[in-house]
Design a protein around this ligand. Structure first.
Ligand SMILES: Nc1ncnc2c1ncn2[C@@H]1O[C@H](COP(=O)(O)OP(=O)(O)O)[C@@H](O)[C@H]1O
Ligand SMILES: [Mg+2]
Length: 307
């Protein structure tokens, strides 16, 4: 079977994606005829079509790779692909839409307000610190924790320079955990990881510099809280119609109340990334994990064409 791995792309997460793509390539090369393709390269389309892939492993993060655009392109070409479909990818990439759906499904997510273009009469219904975020970026790009109105204006300006939509979220002081999930109709929840950072803010540097963040399995939380987080993560996966894989980010406040922060439909896939690390803890090797993701993509496709 021929598998095209898509990596790189033009999003701000290009560098991470290049690493994920290479790791997936090494994991699958023994069993499959694999080839790496970067959609931002000049002859991408020609070379991709010429390869005639039987399946596409999408290792792109952010931008068109995680937004449903590449997924739609592959649907048009009738090529099976890994991960979530067009709709689910699009919902999860836009944090404002995603939070609205979570809220209406009674899944806890931090309170937020959308920043309209007129920022003069901004009324924030919660106190400082607050978190300013662009709606559709990842890797903490443009995310700012702010403590005053003056800082707020600067952060909003910066966020608007990166994205058309910006929102302000209540800052939740607590533990940050992440939950990886694999599956289509049947889902498997991976061990929850607590993320510890030196600064308390899981920013770009903490995410990708060795020694700047630590994974703690299991998290330092009571069993009933862990169960609650698992339940919320599963419900989130269903409500947002995720398939294949996803990794949710949850903040647990001082009173042990979990809040869903972020849903990644194409989480980092290097051997030291969070979801692969959680899988490893459960005895699933990186090679097995990549093959599982690939097979889930094919399974989803077969079910879809039968309908
Ligand atoms: N409401 C919040 N309260 C506390 N910390 C937050 C909040 N929102 C974001 N953060 C911190 O910022 C990081 C990045 O925010 P997130 O919403 O996950 O954006 P991204 O998609 O860029 O990862 C989180 O991992 C967390 O450390
Ligand atoms: Mg995040």
């Amino acid at each position: 079977m021929k598998v095209a791995i898509l990596y790189g792309g033009e999003s701000p997460e290009r560098e991470v994606s290049l690493k994920s793509g290479r790791c997936v390539y090494n994991a699958l090369k023994r069993k499959y005829k694999v080839k790496l393709f970067d959609p931002s390269e000049k002859n991408f389309l020609k070379n991709f079509i010429k390869f005639k892939p039987d399946c596409v492993f999408i290792a792109l993060h952010g931008g068109i790779g995680e937004s449903g655009a590449i997924q739609g392109f592959l649907e048009v070409l009738k090529i099976p692909y890994t991960g979530s479909n067009v709709l689910s990818s699009a919902i999860c990439l836009n944090k404002i839409i995603c939070k609205k759906i979570l809220k209406s499904s009674r899944i806890p997510t931090p309170p937020f307000i959308i920043v309209e273009n007129k920022i003069k009469n901004l009324k924030i219904p919660f106190g400082y610190p607050v978190v300013v975020k662009p709606a559709s970026l990842g890797s903490t790009i443009g995310v700012k924790i702010v403590k005053s109105e003056k800082e707020l204006m600067i952060a909003i300006k910066e966020a608007f320079s990166l994205d058309e939509e910006v929102f302000i979220e209540k800052f939740i002081n607590g533990k940050e955990v992440t939950v990886g999930i694999l599956g289509n109709e049947e889902i498997e929840i991976l061990p929850i990881i607590e993320i510890k950072t030196k600064s308390g803010f899981y920013d770009y540097k903490a995410k990708y510099t060795p020694g700047e963040s630590f994974h703690i399995i299991p998290p330092d939380l009571p069993k009933n809280v862990i169960k609650k987080i698992e339940k919320i993560a599963k419900k989130t996966y269903r409500v947002l119609k995720c398939s294949g894989l996803a990794r949710m980010e949850v903040i647990v406040d001082k009173k042990n109340n979990p809040f869903v922060l972020d849903v990644n439909t194409i989480p980092g896939l290097t051997e030291v990334s969070l979801l692969p690390d959680a899988a490893k803890f459960k005895g699933i090797s990186f090679e097995e994990l990549c093959e599982r993701i690939l097979k889930l993509g094919l399974e989803k496709w077969e079910k879809k064409i039968k309908k």
